[in-house]
Design a protein around this ligand. Structure first.
Ligand code: C2E
Ligand code: CA
Ligand code: CA
Length: 348
């Protein structure tokens, strides 16, 4: 462990390359050998520990444990399956309404992907999105979601009348923003499907944006020019300052659900949320709150003057058919009269 720590320390020193300062990092796996092991086995185990270290973050040292072998096998099996899942239509899309708090009008829906695994059932995205990022299939996944959900929107528009300003909200990973052809891809899809760009909003996490690389800025500016809405997702979990977000071509901010969790239990939390709302407004941006689970929270946010939100209180994410059935019959969401919480929210 001492040797490993020393290696990290030395690597951590910055290196000057012309005018650039470079910081390098390492993930280190350690295997304490036994007499009967061959060198190859030792290396393989150390490698497994190294991958475990990589998964936990940066500059981490891990000592090999047998259980890592199992989880590595499981992961590599899942990785193979995930690659196949995208091409064999095992991914399904659910949709969660975003509503205007004052009227419960449905402003749009957020697209949330799930994996319908033939053996394991419906797998939530938190389990496979990080894996998709790690093994480099997030690009294919995001493109699939974008085109499948836009197709769905076009279908709904053929089947019934949607509001002009209806928003289909699609999550985009940081990797996507770095693709030079992202804007072209979206423009082509919108044209092919005859969809107005204003019906599309992309949700991008604040951590994806703060790097502000040239390509990222190009993507954001071109999307904005195209007329696509851009929203910062999970606001409040990263490190970006609002004055920095002001500089970006962004029109909306989605406040992370963790800020609502303690709304009624932690002293000062309501004031804190109110202050954040003020800040977002002062920056000329629109605020959306996610994770609204109770009527009380909805009332409080409405009282603060927050315009829109989403959460289990209004509706769980639901399959395309249910979403279509809802959108075709009403513009206003009916929320369980006088009763709170996910259990009574409509359309589970
Ligand atoms: P997110 O973008 O923050 O999405 C909102 C998540 O909060 C969803 O989880 C949704 O089901 C959940 N949620 C909604 N209302 C409530 C509520 O009232 N209380 C609580 N506790 N949770 C609520 P989900 O569907 O499991 O998605 C998790 C994350 O996976 C998303 O977080 C997003 O970061 C990622 N994700 C989902 N679909 C895609 C996709 O197509 N592409 C990419 N790149 N990421 C995706
Ligand atoms: Ca989102
Ligand atoms: Ca979010």
């Amino acid at each position: 462990m001492q040797v490993a720590r020393r290696a990290l320390e030395v690597l951590g020193e910055q290196i000057r390359l012309d005018s650039l300062y470079v910081h390098s990092r390492a993930s280190i796996g350690v295997r304490l050998g036994t007499a009967d092991q061959t060198a190859e086995e030792l290396l393989l185990d150390a490698d497994t520990a190294m991958y475990a270290a990589k998964r936990e973050g940066r500059s981490i040292i891990k000592v090999f444990e047998p259980v890592m072998l199992y989880s590595r096998q499981l992961r590599s099996q899942m990785a193979t399956e995930l690659r196949g899942a995208i091409s064999s239509d095992e991914l399904v899309l659910h949709y969660q309404p975003v509503v205007e708090l004052a009227t419960n009008r449905i402003l749009g829906v957020e697209v949330l992907v799930r994996w319908q695994h033939p053996l394991r059932g419906l797998i939530p995205p938190d389990t496979f999105i990080p894996l998709a990022e790690e093994i480099g299939v997030i690009h294919d996944l995001d493109r699939w979601v974008m085109s499948a959900s836009l197709r769905q929107l076009a279908q709904w528009r053929r089947d019934f009348v949607l509001d002009d300003d209806f928003q289909l909200r699609v999550n985009l990973s940081a990797v996507e923003l770095k693709q030079l052809d992202l804007v072209d891809h979206i423009r082509t899809l919108l044209r092919e499907l005859d969809l107005p760009a204003r019906n599309l909003v992309v949700e991008i996490t604040e951590t994806a944006i703060v790097t502000r690389g040239e390509v990222e800025m190009y993507s954001l500016l071109s999307l904005q020019q195209l007329g696509v809405g851009i929203e910062i997702d999970d606001f409040g979990t990263g490190y970006s300052s609002i004055s920095y977000l002001r500089e970006l071509p962004v029109s909306m901010v989605k406040v992370d659900r963790s800020l609502l969790v303690e709304l009624n239990t932690r002293a000062g939390q309501l004031e804190f949320v109110a202050a954040i709302l003020q800040l977002i407004r002062a920056a000329g941006l629109e605020a959306v709150f996610e994770g609204i689970e109770t009527r009380e929270q909805a009332d409080q946010l409405r009282a603060l003057g927050c315009a829109s939100g989403q959460g289990y209180y209004f509706s769980r994410p639901m399959p395309a058919e249910e979403t279509g059935a809802l959108l075709s019959t009403t513009r206003y969401l009916r929320v369980g009269e006088g009763v709170d919480g996910p259990e009574t929210a409509p359309s589970r």
